[in-house]
Design a protein around this ligand. Structure first.
Ligand code: UDP
Length: 237
């Protein structure tokens, strides 16, 4: 059962439960982009993202990847393990899009011969600057061994998700992962949803993710519903 609020982020609110080892993560309809500078709400966004995230966490667990996912408390509330979040955004990239095309001379749509793993320091205040092993160790936010493990988990997850989404007629240019520590283990935390992945429709190449909101490309609720129909068709039965 949910108790007091622990933390409210841009799209989710985290609540304590009676068990200090467990938290409830509520997926809200609010959304932001550009380090919180652009804000809005989209009907059912929290519901679709919670259901998509649930499905992906369950699938990763089945594939032997440890995550913080424990179950669902309601349609929009996920029961998760309380973890110590490592403040690094881990971004596997398969096709160039977004910030990598702005920061480097790489054209949007360039297909990478091997996945590119980008590490960013998770901080709105500093504008999510690039992170590497030495900086993480100097800042004492992770050890070399942890970064190595995170990289190898991210590559494995990328392989699994790329295939999974391709089967659902999506290309997966990139997505963001967060990791946490619990009981001396590294687990996948946060969410994996339309807010944190780029999905391009395989036949039309159109964005079916938060880029709709970032660049005013259309109706976000409708787009997320379309994604949900392919990933979690059972919720529409
Ligand atoms: N991303 C995210 N949270 C962030 C930044 C990025 O979930 O704070 C995701 C984003 O949705 C995309 C991937 O990480 O799938 C790569 O984002 P990028 O670095 O290209 O940043 P953007 O183009 O959003 O500025």
């Amino acid at each position: 059962m949910k108790k007091e609020e622990l933390y409210s982020g841009k799209a989710k609110t985290i609540y304590k439960t009676e068990d200090p080892a467990k938290l409830i993560s509520e997926f809200r309809d609010s959304l932001t982009a550009f380090d919180g500078k652009k804000k809005s709400e989209a009907k059912n966004k929290g519901y679709f993202n919670a259901q998509i995230s649930k499905k992906i966490f369950e699938m990763l667990e089945e594939e032997g990847i440890p995550t913080h996912y424990l179950g669902m408390e309601s349609d929009t509330e996920m029961l998760v393990r309380a973890v110590e979040i490592i403040p690094i955004e881990v971004i596997p990239r398969n096709i160039a899009a977004g910030s990598i095309t702005r920061k480097y001379p790489i054209k949007e749509g360039t297909v990478f011969k091997k996945p590119v793993i980008v590490l960013d320091y998770k901080s709105d205040e500093y504008g999510d600057p690039m992170m590497n092993e030495d900086i993480a160790v100097a800042m004492e936010i992770a050890t070399y061994e942890e970064i190595e493990q995170i990289r190898s988990m991210a590559l494995k997850i990328n392989g699994i998700l790329k295939k999974y989404f391709e089967d659902k007629e999506f290309l997966l240019p990139d997505f963001k992962l967060e990791f946490g520590r619990v009981d001396g283990k590294i687990v996948v935390a946060d969410e994996i949803s339309c807010d944190t992945c780029r999905f391009w429709d395989k036949s039309t190449g159109e964005s079916m993710d938060k880029d709709i909101f970032r660049f005013d490309k259309g109706d976000l609720s409708k787009t997320y519903e379309e994604v949900a129909k392919r990933i979690v068709p059972e919720i529409f039965e």
